[in-house]
Design a protein around this ligand. Structure first.
Ligand code: ADP
Ligand code: TRP
Length: 320
């Protein structure tokens, strides 16, 4: 089974990215052949500062490597090191109906907010389809917000195969219900764009402050509380084992525990969980050559795979 996912280098990694996408992808690397990449071409749809982009690409590489990416099992590369994806995106563009792209949330939401759309934003899902199809991917671990893009990819792949013969494996999204939408400090989906994130490599003291500021209802310490509707509990259960989760649930329902206490315990779990990753990250920052070498080898392997698919695709459409 081939697994593939990508992350944009567009800011600091938060709990939503980690539990929604990175951790599931890293777990899948145990059962299949994983391809993970830095979606730097995609980042150009939002990032316009070259210095920021350059730094963000380096950051995200280190961030990933520090949280359990096994370079023996996973091909880790930069999207722009595989220019064949652009060629495939063009082939796919010519069979992609406008209507399919007009229906995509990524495009609809931005234009609804009055952001002037350019062609890059409109064609974003076609490039994403090229990323996925060029590696003959079976499974794409993502958060729920990316589900539609994987469905568009399936539609494009089916259409291409019908029109030109079987070239592409038809992929499916892999979305874990329990982490499909990790809530942010304010209870909305955690997202860089909502400014409600807890960054996994953020300064521990600052992150503790953020955790203490998570929005709750106004129940007093004595009141029984509902864990199901509480943002603090939603984050707590991402870290907790079964027993810890049940114990916390009971304390919520019984009353006698304030939200402050639950937040404090969440902050402790957060810290214990990410401290080893933070240390690994510090070490990697001292060895930039190692990180460059991992990406160079990843690019080599990724291109080899991409070129195999491109030979089939070029032949299928009549370019060869
Ligand atoms: P952001 O919304 O902060 O800009 P991205 O769009 O860069 O995050 O998301 C990168 C990956 O992380 C995607 O696979 C996305 O589905 C996942 N992801 C982002 N935020 C969340 C969240 N709050 N819950 C679950 N998954 C998320
Ligand atoms: N669009 C994804 C995001 O914003 C990133 C991405 C690009 C991706 N290409 C991909 C994810 C291919 C999975 C598969 O999060």
């Amino acid at each position: 089974m081939r697994i593939l996912s990508g992350i944009q280098p567009s800011g600091k990694i938060h709990l939503g990215n980690y539990f929604g996408m990175m951790k599931p992808a890293l777990e899948l690397q145990k059962i299949g052949e994983a391809f993970l990449f830095i979606a730097d071409y995609h980042a150009l749809t939002t990032v316009t500062d070259p210095a920021f982009l350059r730094a963000a690409i380096k950051d995200v590489a280190v961030d990933y490597l520090a949280c359990g990416l096994d370079t023996e099992k996973t091909v880790f590369y930069r999207q722009s090191d595989v220019p064949e994806v652009q060629e495939l995106a063009w082939l796919l563009s010519n069979i992609t109906p406008m209507g399919l792209l007009e229906r995509c949330h990524s495009f609809k939401d931005k234009t609804a907010k009055g952001i002037a759309a350019n062609h890059g934003l409109f064609a974003y899902p076609v490039l994403m389809a090229a990323d996925i199809l060029i590696m003959q991917t079976n499974t794409v671990p993502v958060g729920r917000d990316q589900k539609q893009h994987v469905e568009v990819t399936r539609d494009i792949a089916i259409k291409f195969n019908n029109q030109y013969g079987e070239v592409f494996t038809i992929p499916a999204p892999s979305i874990r219900d329990e982490v499909a939408v990790v809530p942010g400090l304010d209870g909305q989906k955690m997202s860089k764009s909502y400014n409600n994130t807890i960054e996994i490599y953020g300064d521990p003291k600052q992150m503790e402050k953020k955790i203490m500021s998570i929005v709750t209802d106004s129940k007093t310490v004595e009141d029984p509380k509902d864990p199901e509707t509480c943002n603090v509990f939603a984050l707590y259960k991402l870290f907790a084992g079964d027993e810890q989760r049940r114990d916390m649930e009971e304390r919520y329902r019984k009353g006698g525990m304030g939200y402050g206490q639950a937040k404090k315990e969440l902050a402790e779990m957060f810290d214990a969980y990410f401290t080893p990753f933070r240390q690994k990250r510090e070490e990697l920052l001292r060895h930039p050559d190692y990180v460059d070498e991992v990406l160079r080898k990843g690019a080599e392997k990724a291109r080899e795979e991409a070129c195999k698919t491109m030979r089939l695709a070029r032949r299928a459409v009549g370019l060869e």
